[in-house]
Design a protein around this ligand. Structure first.
Ligand code: ADP
Ligand code: MG
Length: 314
């Protein structure tokens, strides 16, 4: 099955004649988690607002669950759950009343106490459920807005920065819940500023200044950034420029980066076999390795590398 929950082609949105989003094209497979990652102001919210039909693109095409958002009817809206970045809550109502209100908007029947309980537990607001929303913190309000979005059972979720400002432990719990929703057959389109959250996604779109740098799987991003596995090595002798140039000529070597005179990072095809090759290669040049190991770069490193590559290619 290769059904697409979302398709966009050449999306563009301008504000005051400036492109907020330009030439954005991607597909989101039904039943997948798509992470839309980019710094503040990169166009994540603008894109979500076009996908949900709130904003009209200046250019390009969108199909969401097989329909253009401009033509969504009530039934279609019921199949979509949207957590906006700035959720409008009723400040005088309690946490529980707000959640109840959201549930009724989504047309849930009155026997929903189990769903309410599950949602409140997920966002850890059970003990605060009777407080008015204007007396809880901004972070708690965010958690409540996520609960309000998750309380009904849409096919497709748009979550705009559900983890921003949330502590790491709770963030992990949220992602577990998103995975469960996926296992239940739903599609999730999630924006985040935390690049490490790429690891939880099936596909990641990297958005910089309104342009989609790349769309790939987490593993694919790693490959794009480094061309393969990464190895760290240290030498007793100084590593010369000449040595680095020679190393780059080796067929199995994808990239070489000198961290300091004694430490280098080498991208290779396959760490398992190439570590032995490297040890021999250095020995043959009278530069014994004092340390060598494979390492898995963090997504922070991967994104920095991708952004640099992109800039260099421009
Ligand atoms: P993100 O969600 O990634 O932080 P946004 O989509 O909110 O980014 O914003 C992208 C760009 O578009 C920013 O430069 C922002 O200032 C601009 N922008 C967003 N919404 C509006 C608006 N309603 N009017 C004018 N400019 C806007
Ligand atoms: Mg935003």
């Amino acid at each position: 099955m290769n059904e697409m929950a979302i398709r966009t082609r050449g999306l563009r949105k301008q504000y005051k004649k400036e492109d907020a989003v330009r030439d954005v094209t991607f597909d989101v497979a039904a039943g997948s988690i798509f992470g839309f990652i980019g710094p503040s102001g990169s166009g994540k919210t603008t894109t979500i607002r076009m996908l949900t039909g709130i904003e009209k693109p200046d250019d390009g095409e969108i199909s969401v669950l097989g329909q253009p958002p401009a033509k969504f009817d009530q039934r279609m809206r019921g199949r979509i759950g949207y957590m906006p970045q700035n959720f409008v809550l009723y400040p005088d109502l309690t946490v529980r009343e707000n959640l109840n209100f959201a549930a009724s908007i989504y047309g849930m029947n009155l026997r929903r106490s189990k769903e309410m309980k599950t949602a409140l537990e997920l966002v850890e607001l059970v003990e605060h459920q009777h407080k008015p929303v204007n007396q809880i913190s901004g972070g708690m309000q965010r958690r409540l807005s996520l609960a309000a979005t998750l309380i009904h059972s849409p096919t497709l979720f748009f979550l705009d920065e559900p983890t921003t400002g949330i502590d790491p432990v709770l963030r992990q719990k949220f992602w577990q819940r998103f995975k469960e929703l996926q296992a239940d057959g739903r599609t999730l389109f999630i924006t985040t500023q935390y690049v490490s959250e790429a690891a939880y996604c099936d596909q990641v779109g990297l958005l910089i200044a309104g342009r989609l740098l790349t769309v790939d799987s987490p593993e694919g991003l790693r490959m794009q950034a480094y061309g393969g596995d990464m190895i760290r090595a240290e030498t007793a002798q100084h590593i010369s420029d000449g040595l680095i140039l020679d190393l780059q000529e080796e067929t199995y070597v994808r990239s070489v980066m000198r961290r300091d005179p004694h430490r280098i990072e080498i991208g290779v095809e396959e760490a398992g076999t190439d570590i032995a090759r490297l040890i021999k290669w250095f020995e043959a040049r009278s530069t014994a390795l004092t340390f060598v190991e494979e390492y898995v770069p963090s997504f922070d490193d991967i994104f920095v590398s991708l952004v640099k590559r992109h800039r260099a290619g421009e």
